[in-house]
Design a protein. Structure first.
Length: 703
């Protein structure tokens, strides 16, 4: 197994080969190894010379110092892993939510295989680059001493943030180099109909727009939203800044983003009447003006076998169907149901009164054949009313079994209202109709309640003092706009985990099953801050505690309507590889050192560490149900989402053959063992034979 992320260059060569196979060839690298490479001359020929050369001609592009490094950063493979922390998690075994601690660039790379094209919505609130912000400092080809000297160490894993003052000669460039590779990786995680929302202010909105046009494509730009700041301060000597921006981009498709606007309460009738006019005395609502809506319906309902005691039934006299332009017949509740609609009224053109006689003289013949005659209801006195639909519309709905005849006189359309949408009030039934509108460019939601919700006296963590947390209603608004109650939501600048809060809140309100992935660097809190004094040593501790408290509060408020609400999360931490250096560079290890190594796995790593490394390597989702059990004295771990286990792993020393047979009998897609699980080569061969017999389709991997 590789235990390293995919090489982005290899992936790009593969994409090129799929489009232009002629432009991909093979050659030997510096070590004599055969590799696939792009043939630029062949590619130029395929494009018939339509290739720009910025060194020789002017062309439109967005460039900054360090962009080439930022592009290469996307393609770099890493050997990091995600270490599970059940003790810091909530509902570890059952939850489908993830909380990842660590550098979000590395986290995004580690998520690539497992979540490629699976994320429906991304929301991020990156550093705005106002001059005092801390931003990620990626590889700028500096020595370690130079790097440490100018950086502020923010966690024990060596992840670093650096302040980016406006006096920095690369002020905008460093920020662009930070955000570019993260957006490139985020795009790959989005589904084809996925959407990303990015909060920003006017310090970098112009650069962010250009970067997003390049990463997502200018045609996939939804628009720029304006969000009022709520609590406005005089933070400018010229123009007071009382709003921020949110850029919205799609990956490939631009589905309509609809958000909840209001709700209207309707009384529930058994159905909607089709035949009631408005009672107007003039205009086109009268039958006098709309005579085509004054038809008569002849309705028949008999037994399915036609046994009515009358030889003039439709089954016995099918010619009636053709003669009177009848509609489709079908069986409803064991009875044959049939209808005919005829224009059969003559009207007094002056008064609109109905004539006493029908146009069709076969009326008695139809009635004697078992049909019931239904006219539009009278409006006033003998003034004839009208139906609300034309004959063609009535016929369509009749044939679709959407029409009912009530009490042999009322023609009504079925109402399709689920029981859970109906409420009772004063002895009457009501249902709530929710109205949705497209997102508007100027949002009505301000950010001011965010601080109160988190830090206020009655907030989730009173007195915390966390600066400028987002309003959960804002992110809930965006989650709702995606119109997918099973959406996977990602926030890789999660801060205090407002996005997780919003996701759980919306699930509780509309019965959704959205899942979230939060990613946050464990940036240390200031020792003088209220958060530090309260025991929160880094931002991740704040985010995790917020999810715990928000989840419990939401579940208590929706105990009856959302009893199965997922308020848990699995904590995973970005860390160095589980494997010793010899695993990746055996050629640089001397023979005497190899002889002293009993295992290529680091001594402090657990079964769960190894299992999650396998999930990442296989591209299996990290939130799938996990079960650990003891079989014949050894621990066996099963990850399973469907009828067949995705992975069964056993990392014990000297696994008994009975355990191998038990694992094989369960027919997993993959089985994983340690090299030290088998005492010798014949034991390994025996394992292959066991699986070959019991589960030949299982892929076997050995660490």
């Amino acid at each position: 197994m590789k235990f390293k992320t995919a090489d982005g260059v290899d992936a790009n060569i593969e994409k090129l080969a799929q489009i232009f196979p002629e432009a991909v060839t093979e050659t030997k690298d510096a070590n004599g190894k055969l590799v696939r490479v792009a043939n630029l001359e062949a590619l130029k020929a395929l494009l018939e010379g339509n290739v720009a050369n910025p060194n020789e001609q002017e062309c439109y592009e967005f460039i900054w110092p360090g962009k080439s490094d930022a592009i290469m950063e996307v393609a770099k493979s890493i050997t990091k892993t995600l270490r599970p922390c059940p003790e810091e998690s909530k509902n570890w075994d059952s939850t489908q939510n993830l909380y990842i601690e660590g550098d979000n660039l590395e986290a995004l790379k580690l998520l690539q295989q497992s979540y490629l094209g699976k994320v429906k919505m991304i929301y991020i609130d990156p550093p705005y680059n106002r001059g005092e912000d801390l931003i990620y400092r990626d590889n700028f080809h500096k020595s370690k001493s130079e790097y440490d000297e100018e950086s502020t160490v923010r966690d024990e894993e060596g992840n670093k943030l650096v302040q980016n003052p406006k006096s920095n000669g690369r002020f905008h460039s460093d920020w662009c180099s930070m955000i570019y590779p993260r957006l490139k990786l985020a795009r790959d995680l989005l589904s084809d109909d996925g959407v990303i929302f990015i909060s920003i202010d006017d310090n970098e909105v112009h650069n962010l727009r250009k970067i997003c046009d390049e990463v997502f494509g200018e045609k996939n730009f939804y628009g720029e939203l304006i969000q009022p700041k709520g609590n406005t301060q005089n933070d400018s000597k010229s123009i007071q800044k009382n709003h921020e921006y949110i850029l919205v981009y799609a990956k490939k498709q631009l589905p309509l983003l609809l958000t909840y606007d209001n709700e209207v309460k309707h009384e529930v009738f058994e159905s909607f009447y089709l035949g009631r006019d408005t009672g107007a005395s003039s205009g086109n609502d009268t039958l006098l003006d709309r005579p085509n809506l004054g038809y008569t319906i002849y309705y028949y309902e008999g037994t399915a076998n036609g046994a009515t005691g009358n030889s003039n039934t439709l089954l016995d006299r099918p010619n009636l169907d053709n003669k009177y332009k009848g509609f489709n017949s079908y069986i409803r509740n064991g009875k044959l149901v049939h209808a005919i609609a005829l224009m059969d009224y003559s009207l007094n053109k002056v008064t609109g009164n109905a004539s006493e006689r029908d146009v069709y003289i076969d009326d008695e013949n139809l009635i004697s054949s078992g049909y019931i005659k239904i006219r539009p209801p009278l409006r006033k006195g003998n003034k004839l009313g009208r139906w609300t639909w034309s004959i063609e519309t009535f016929k369509k709905y009749w044939n679709d079994d959407e029409v009912l005849i009530k009490n042999n006189k009322n023609v009504i359309k079925k109402e399709h209202i689920s029981a859970e949408d109906i409420t009772f009030e004063n002895g009457k039934k009501y249902y709530i109709k929710h109205n949705y509108l497209p997102i508007q460019s100027i949002l009505k939601i301000t950010n001011s309640p965010g601080t109160t919700i988190l830090n206020g006296n009655k907030g989730l963590i009173p007195g915390l003092g966390f600066d400028n947390p987002k309003n959960p209603d804002l992110i809930k608004y965006f989650c709702d706009s995606c119109s997918d109650k099973n959406a996977l939501i990602l926030d890789f600048f999660s801060g205090s985990a407002t996005t997780a809060h919003a996701c759980m809140q919306l699930n509780a309100e509309d019965g959704g099953n959205r899942k979230f992935i939060m990613v946050q660097l464990p940036e240390k809190t200031d020792e003088k801050s209220e958060a530090f004094k309260a025991g929160y040593k880094n931002i991740c501790e704040i985010g995790k505690e917020r999810i715990r408290r928000a989840g419990e509060k939401i579940k208590a408020e929706h105990a009856t309507t959302a009893p199965n609400l997922d308020i848990g999360f699995r904590v995973l931490k970005v860390a160095e590889s589980n494997m010793k250096d010899v695993y990746y560079s055996p050629a640089q290890t001397s023979q005497d050192l190899l002889d002293s190594l009993e295992s290529n796995i680091k001594d402090d790593r657990t079964d769960l560490d190894l299992l999650f490394a396998c999930l990442i390597d296989f591209g299996v989702e990290l939130s799938l149900p996990l079960k650990s059990e003891t079989i014949n004295g050894v621990s066996v771990h099963t990850v399973q989402s469907g009828e067949v286990p995705d992975i069964i792993a056993c990392f014990a020393e000297n696994i008994p053959e009975s355990v191998v047979r038990e694992i094989a009998s369960r027919k997993p897609l993959r089985a994983v063992f340690r090299d030290s699980s088998f005492k010798d080569s014949p034991s390994k061969i025996n394992v292959k034979e066991i699986f070959k017999y019991h589960s030949p389709n299982t892929t076997i991997k050995v660490l």
